[in-house]
Design a protein around this ligand. Structure first.
Ligand code: NAD
Ligand code: ZN
Ligand code: ZN
Length: 389
């Protein structure tokens, strides 16, 4: 079958790989009808994610039709149309029982590798290295889905792929980012990053009752998309973001600050961002946390800093004194997608949320290498890419 594979920093190929098979009685195999490229895939593409092997199949935002089901699968049948959460979860362990699926303690066979970095292991993820399970990803014609009774959710008849696909990741992730802010009517929320995740967070913040949302980025088309949702835009290249936010909130700061950027911010964001860049390039540092610093500084006393942008290691020069003395809560996590899927599917069905607005580019798997580049370099107004194998 055809699939997008990793071949080192900046090199992705569309090539033939073996088709996946049922490996455990709880698996299904799906024929992929739509899949997407995520900002998290860019960390792999940019060579930031360790433990990737040449030829690894990429992708974790995938949906399709069940073509084969293991003997223990009870909830799905051949022919069902499903969307698959990016986090793989057993459904039975300590964390899964509490709904914290992205903390599953059984789904990452590489947990010993993850422990070397993080002392403990999160769940396995599709297409996301030999530190998080070594699972083949879903930017391919077929995908093996383990724990099929726990992860995939059936797509109602009449709902299009474009409507359902983002239940796999970015809609739940943006929604969780906003939910973590404990939004009350009248609140002001600031969102750093107007990529696909930031866009979902902005609209979710309004859905949850925010009165004002500030959207921060430097890419014109992305800021325009945020403005279309009703957000006030701040171009971080033109001003001091923290000063602007304090100014707009009577000096208090935003009630909730969402980091939807993570470890790879624009290197020209600020002087400290440039210093971070040098530290990472010379292996003196692991992450580039300029957005996290700004989010803490721009957050009001007792507000929430909600982090969904991905970080990998140790954070330097974090203003933790500011956070501690002012009572700021920091919430974060890989999204336990399974927990949000039924609610958000309902929001789509009932017309309260239409995630299709974010799609700007479509193609076949063969277009994947070019579209990865377009997404990374934000060419031609690219915000979100959907591939149809
Ligand atoms: P993306 O790369 O398309 O978006 C990032 C955006 O941040 C870009 O538009 C960029 O211009 C902007 N940006 C760069 N520097 C900035 C700065 N200093 N201030 C404000 N904005 C800045 O990616 P995406 O798909 O939207 O994903 C965003 C982040 O969320 C990534 O780190 C991704 O790995 C992460 N993510 C996390 C989860 C999770 O479960 N927690 C799930 C999906 C994605
Ligand atoms: Zn993702
Ligand atoms: Zn589990």
């Amino acid at each position: 079958m055809r699939a997008l594979t990793f071949h080192g920093k900046g090199r992705i190929k569309c090539e033939d790989v073996p088709e996946p098979k049922i490996e455990a009685a709880g698996d299904v195999v799906i024929k992929v009808t739509s899949c997407a490229i995520c900002g998290s895939d860019l960390h792999i593409y940019n060579g930031v994610m360790p433990h990737m092997h040449h030829g690894d199949v990429l992708g974790h935002e995938t949906m399709g039709e069940v073509v084969e089901a293991g003997s223990d699968v009870t909830k799905l049948r051949v022919g069902d149309r499903v969307v698959v959460p990016f986090s793989i979860a057993c459904g039975e362990c300590f964390f899964c029982k509490r709904g914290l699926f992205s903390g599953c303690e059984r789904s990452n066979p590489d947990s010993d590798v993850a422990r070397k970095y993080w002392m403990n292991s999160p769940a396995g993820l599709f297409g996301y290295s030999h530190m998080l399970g070594g699972y083949a990803g879903g930017q391919a014609e077929y995908l093996r889905v383990p724990y099929a009774d726990v992860g995939p959710i059936k797509v109602p008849e009449g709902m299009t792929d474009d409507q359902a696909l983002f239940l796999s990741d970015i809609f739940p992730t943006g929604y969780m980012a906003a939910e973590h802010c404990d939004i009350r009517q009248g609140d002001t929320i600031a969102v750093w990053g107007c990529g696909p995740v930031g866009q979902m967070a902005i609209r979710s913040a309004f859905l949850l009752g925010a009165e004002r949302v500030f959207a921060i980025d430097c890419v014109a088309e992305r800021l325009t998309m945020a403005a279309e949702a009703g957000a006030h835009c701040i171009n971080f290249r033109d001003c001091d973001v923290v000063e602007v936010l304090l100014d707009k909130t009577r000096g208090r700061g935003a009630d909730g600050c969402i980091d939807a950027v993570g470890t790879e911010p624009d290197a020209m964001t600020s002087i400290d961002a440039m210093v971070d860049q040098v530290k990472v390039a010379t292996y003196v540092g692991t992450d580039r946390p300029v957005v996290l610093r700004q989010a803490i500084h721009a957050c009001r006393n007792w507000g929430v800093v909600s982090v969904v942008g991905v970080y990998g290691g140790y954070i330097d020069k974090l203003p933790f004194g500011s956070a501690m003395n002012r009572g700021i809560t920091i919430r974060t996590g890989q999204t336990p997608v399974q927990r949000y899927m039924p609610l958000l599917l309902n929001h789509i069905e009932e017309g309260r949320f239409d995630p299709t607005f974010v799609i700007t580019h479509k193609g076949k798997l063969e277009d994947g290498p070019d579209l990865y580049r377009a997404f990374r370099d934000k060419l031609g107004g690219c915000v979100k890419v959907v591939l149809q194998p």
